[in-house]
Write a protein that binds this ligand. Structure first.
Ligand code: V47
Length: 377
């Protein structure tokens, strides 16, 4: 890109810093959000993406399980939770039902189960421990990415344990890593308004730090496109970056686009495609120490996820299968994708698909029989 265009977009100094490997500041982050030239911003983010990953785009053969939607928290953005067992639309799976989700897929070469639940007030801790043990009995090699830091904090308070004890017991039962959910926006002003009755930002980060110290990898998310300011987004990114400097345990940063259907913030519009591209691009530029930026295609939409691969993103999550949180909030994306569909959409976007496991070990490289052209009869 021409220097004049970067300068005209107010990005000249930032481009030089990035070129020199210098870290961007809070003010740089705000400037990136203010930049009128989205393509110049995308060009810079793409340069950082390609430095790390060249043309590679990662995805995972995974399933999603939400074992219960009973939840004592009252997050305004949530369309999934029901307050009490027995409330209309509430459900809680038996352990056998959770294990069936894996047994039903005995023929699929899955490498990960991602479990996220509501904060259920009445289930015993053993329910979660047994769930993990059962998954490992059925398929010992499966990676268990389960329970957000918010759930870990809730377990600790409910079962009167320390956060560390909870993590250690879950780890002994088979827990391999933590997903990034529950981060929302770290700023207290926003949390007080949209999720006042669940674990705060400091504890969320402390739990990730503990998980890292126990040898687990984790992800970190950011819910954007509701009432947060650009300064609060940058602050969120910098708090994740600071923890990563300490531990190196985050694998991916995942911006999550707010979906307004069927929740208490339904009067707000959903973030636009351009806003989504901007947030992913700024994430890549600010988070110089987190290896991957993921576009969760269920939340961004498939087409925007494809474009995001030129705006800093190098990971598309995976096949997912049976996602509920976004579909109850109005997502119109499919509920699952086959690996060949993901590979094809990555190729169509001009990138090379690489199937990874949760820890980013390569399962299938760019060449795969799945990539053969489909013949239309
Ligand atoms: O924490 C809930 C978000 C998260 C809505 O770690 C909503 O690999 C938008 O964390 N509109 C759960 N977002 C999902 C999640 C996640 C997703 C993909 C990958 C990973 C990972 C983690 O979903 C919640 C919340 O921030 N959420 N409701 C909504 N209406």
């Amino acid at each position: 890109m021409q220097i004049e265009r970067l300068d005209a977009a107010g990005l000249g100094v930032i481009a030089d810093k990035l070129e020199a490997g210098e870290r961007l500041t809070f003010d740089d982050g705000v400037r990136l959000f203010d930049c009128p030239d989205l393509l110049a911003l995308g060009w810079l983010a793409n340069r950082e993406r390609e430095k790390r990953h060249e043309r590679r785009t990662y995805y995972n053969f995974n399933i999603r399980l939400e074992a219960t939607n009973v939840c004592v928290a009252s997050c305004l953005f949530c369309s999934f939770a029901r307050l009490r067992p027995g409330d209309s639309g509430s459900y809680t799976m038996s352990l056998e039902e959770t294990w069936d989700k894996l047994r039903e897929r005995a023929h699929q070469p899955l490498t990960e189960i991602h479990v996220v639940n509501g904060l259920h007030p009445d289930l015993p801790f053993d329910y979660y421990l047994e769930m993990l043990r059962g998954f490992k009995r059925i398929r010992p090699s499966i990676h268990l990415k389960c329970f957000t830091a918010v759930e870990i904090a809730f377990f600790a308070d409910l079962y009167k344990m320390s956060d560390e004890q909870v993590l250690r017991e879950l780890q002994s039962a088979g827990l391999d890593s933590l997903p990034g959910g529950g981060a929302e926006i770290f700023a207290e002003r926003v949390r007080r308004k949209i999720c006042h009755d669940k674990c705060g930002a400091d504890r969320y980060l402390e739990i990730h730090k503990l998980a890292h110290s126990l040898g687990m990898r984790t992800n970190v998310t950011m819910l954007y496109g509701h009432i947060e300011t650009k300064e609060e987004r940058v602050d969120h990114m910098l708090r994740a970056r600071a923890l990563q400097d300490d531990t190196g345990g985050f694998q991916a940063f995942i911006p999550l686009a707010f979906h307004p259907d069927n929740n208490q913030m339904r009067k707000l519009p959903a973030p636009s495609a351009t806003e989504t591209l901007r947030v992913h691009a700024v994430s890549r530029l600010m988070l110089d120490n987190i290896p991957h930026v993921k576009a969760f295609w269920i939340a961004t939409g498939v087409e925007v996820a494809q474009v995001s691969l030129w705006f800093g993103v190098d990971d598309l999550d995976g096949t997912v299968q049976e996602e509920k949180i976004y579909h109850m909030a109005g997502a119109r994306t499919p509920e699952a994708m086959t690996t060949s569909a993901i590979r094809r959409l990555i190729r169509a976007a001009g990138r090379d698909p690489v199937e990874r496991d949760t820890l980013y070990n390569v399962v299938t490289g760019p060449e795969s029989p799945d990539d053969a052209p489909v013949l239309v009869q």
